[in-house]
Design a protein around this ligand. Sequence first.
Ligand code: AMP
Ligand code: MG
Length: 343
Amino acid sequence: MTTRLLQNNAEDIALAGALLRGGEIVGMPTETVYGLGCDAGNADAVRKVFAAKGRPADNPLIVHIAALADWAPLVREIPPLAEQLAARFWPGPLTVILPRTDRIPAVTAGGLDTVGVRFPAHPVAQAMIRAAGVPVAAPSGNRSGSPSPTTSAHMLADMDGRIPAIVEGGSCLCGVESTVIQLEGADTVRVLRPGFVTPEQLRTVAANVIVDDAVLAQISPDTVVRSPGMKYKHYAPNAAVTLVQGGRAAFLRFMDTHRGAGVYALCFDADVPECEAAGIACVPYGDTDEERAAAFFARLRELDAEGAAHIYVRAPRTDGVGLAVYNRLIRAAGYDIADAGTF
Ligand code: AMP
Ligand code: MG
């Protein structure tokens, strides 16, 4: 199978819709990352997505809708807090988990009795879902374990020959996957996966926002977790990755003692002059948490293409969107975290 790159025009969107309706997989750009879209209600199509990704069967897919009214048939009940969150953050990078109806096959839900639903903001994703006429299940469009794709070229690198088509949608603005939340009682939100919608923003709607322990911790594979994706190796490039905590001076001292062939610093933009002055090979990934979220998956892939052996990443903060970046990076690093303060 050759994978076609479709464009954002009426003819190609109609073709993407027909492929989806016909049980095929189509690469879908969203504001978070590119996803592997399929008809969420078609168990055979969903199985193909798991196979194309190499994804463990117990890791559920998020279901995407393009109209608020399409949510109700998928879930048993929409509590007032869920409605308020949707009103504030949809369309956008927030996934809300609720008990599912039979419209969602068990395979889509990874065998759970719940389903995570999201209304994406990306116009191409919305057009594809409308053209399909069905809710579209879509996990991130990478091979399981690899960095998520934030461009069509990155998705093609992982999926060429495995799926019939990808729709071009430009570079993803957020660059990190959606914030995944569960509701607990009438006024509490639990963040299972941090994303562009931050705990601080969720607190403007929900009285209590809990960040699940698994967001910043290492989970052993046999632990029972609320969100199965939290326990798997994730987001990792071929190069070894170490997350380095500390300020600029400490990071530079650390890099000075970790020089070597194929060693790169993935640093903040403002670190570049000092890295260069010290002769440290460096690639910047942004100066704000938002910039770093948008860039770091692409930078990891680019460094792999350069043949990097070891990438030392200057750790972002763990507030705001930084929490989402930190959460991905500790997994990309296989929890190898160094404290530059001790050097
Ligand atoms: P991805 O498809 O790569 O964006 O990953 C989706 C993430 O959402 C994974 O970490 C899943 O475990 C999580 N997720 C999706 N649906 C559910 C659900 N019903 N319950 C708990 N976690 C979910
Ligand atoms: Mg993923």
